[in-house]
Design a protein around this ligand. Structure first.
Ligand code: FAD
Length: 458
């Protein structure tokens, strides 16, 4: 049977596209390589409460995911932020290496001019066409690491800024340009909206886990699991998609909603346009390792601690309390960029001990008595190859941004990396899916009714 559209990839982006196309009356199937949907949303359900090993937070500016959650009756709970935050440094800087909120202030003040400069750059960046700025070339060839060297004079504050930004983009700051950073932040509504907890993207968590929404969307669609799209070939006006199981599916149009490293591995015939290939080659996945320590209750709160910490000297990058209300204590540890790489290279026992040592320094001896320990290394995930998302290598943003979403000859592009708003987030994945579906529907209507189009104006 020939379909109107085949969507490749059953993450937030692909499922949103398929849902919109299905609602518009089109015959659509979704091919998914794994035996589950959700992609970079992956929820573990072995504990009494769900644990999100992939993306988890959502926030007030993310209207699409909120509307979908409301539609399916899904609820959220607020991130716990009460109590003191901590910064954990190496003891080589003196003392026990722990800096409490009040003592942070003088160092934070030294960061202020840099924050203001970044804020101005974000304001000047138009996420729909970030390369259209007089300063785009300069900022796209300056890495964030290079900029921090001059923008933040205090070495200590620079390390803090490095860890904060590295956690935001999940890659070492030498791998990302200032323009790409500003673009990412601008696409999510600004600094506070991107990085904040209350009022920002980390404000809320899904009660049923972040993969519940894609699971509910998939239940209304024709999703073929264990069906990796290996080849897409065009013959006449149709496309043929060949899967890993040797099955062929035919359709008029294809929506590709896979992470860029996986898209590169699909064999397209005819080959993708050179600009598209170049864009895909210049997008690199970040490195992220996510760890959860589960406790009978949030023990750190008993000592007035919020559970939030920044670890500028590793071994991880940040720690956050994501405990469900009234439930057990869930501590989420994110290791990003070089922290992820170092921890991944360790033997699992040594890795656990290294991270537990850091938790003990933050929360005391009781941090050792966790009841569950979970880890997910996204760099080793064959269907993501990293996380949170793929980012343009320095100097390539203009070519990527203009080519990556350009649909040609019946092939359309979705995925959080192609979003114009909230790139790298669930919200961006949804936006991209909606955009791709609109493009498909517009083209379908245009080709299905040529007589109408060619009708001379009266
Ligand atoms: C550790 C981590 C933490 C994050 N935290 C947050 C957060 O708190 N909030 C937030 O909003 N976002 C967060 N993100 C980002 C968010 O998860 C992603 O932006 C979003 O899930 C991407 O959705 P997508 O549909 O574009 O891609 P994906 O979710 O990657 O979906 C793509 C799908 O395509 C499938 N696929 C790949 N190749 C093929 C093929 N050849 N054939 C068929 N199927 C294929 C994959 O299996 C996958 O299911 C995080 C990500 C990670 C990894």
């Amino acid at each position: 049977m020939k379909h109107d559209v085949i969507v490749i990839g059953a993450g937030y982006a692909g499922l949103t596209a398929a849902r919109s196309l299905h609602s518009a009356g089109m015959r659509v199937i979704v091919l998914e390589s794994q035996n589950r949907v959700g992609g970079r949303a992956l929820t573990e359900r072995t504990e009494e409460n769900p644990i999100d090993l992939g993306g988890q937070w959502t926030g007030p500016g993310q209207l699409r995911i909120r509307a979908l959650a409301d539609h399916y009756g899904l609820t959220t709970y607020p991130s716990h932020t009460t109590g003191s935050e901590q910064i954990l440094e190496s003891t080589s800087h003196g003392g026990n290496g722990i800096i409490h909120r009040l003592n942070m202030l003088p160092h934070l003040m030294t960061l202020l001019p840099a924050v203001v400069r970044l804020h101005h750059l974000v304001k000047k960046t138009d996420p729909t066409q970030p390369w259209h700025s007089k300063i785009a070339d300069r900022w796209d060839t300056t890495t964030v690491e290079e900029w921090l060297e001059t923008a933040v004079t205090s070495r200590r504050a620079r390390r803090w800024a490095d860890a904060t930004l590295r956690e935001a983009v999940s890659t070492d700051l030498g791998n990302i340009s200032m323009l790409a950073l500003a673009n990412e932040i601008a696409s999510a509504g600004g600094l506070r909206s991107t990085m904040g907890f209350e009022g920002g993207a980390q404000q809320d968590l899904f009660v049923d886990g972040a993969d519940r929404l894609p699971t509910l969307m998939a239940a209304e669609l024709d999703v073929r699991l264990d069906s990796q799209a290996q080849a897409v070939s065009r013959s006449g006006g149709s496309y043929r998609v060949t899967t890993s199981t040797g099955v062929h599916h035919m359709a008029d149009r294809i929506v590709v909603a896979t992470p860029p490293p996986l898209t590169r591995e699909i064999d397209f015939e005819p080959a993708l346009p050179p600009a598209q290939l170049e864009a895909l080659n210049n997008l690199r996945m970040g490195s992220v390792l996510k760890i959860f320590a589960i406790y009978d209750r949030p023990v750190w709160r008993e000592d007035g601690k919020s559970g939030m910490a920044l670890l500028p000297d590793g071994p991880a990058t940040t720690v956050a309390d994501v405990s469900p209300p009234g439930g057990p204590g869930h501590i989420c540890i994110l290791a990003c960029g070089r922290d992820a790489d170092r921890l991944s290279a360790m033997d699992p026992d040594i890795r656990r001990r290294t991270v537990l040592d850091a938790l003990e320094r933050l929360f005391g001896q009781k941090a050792r008595t966790r009841r569950t320990w979970l880890e997910k290394n996204w760099t080793e995930d064959p269907w993501a190859r990293g996380g949170y998302s793929a980012l343009p290598t320095p100097g390539t943003l203009a070519s990527i941004a203009s080519a990556h979403t350009q649909h040609t000859d019946g092939i359309y592009w979705a995925g959080t990396e192609t979003a114009r708003q909230w790139q790298g987030f669930f919200e961006g994945a949804i936006e991209s899916g909606e955009r791709a579906a609109t493009e498909v529907i517009d083209d379908h209507v245009a080709t299905a009714t040529p007589a109408l189009r060619e009708e001379p104006l009266a």
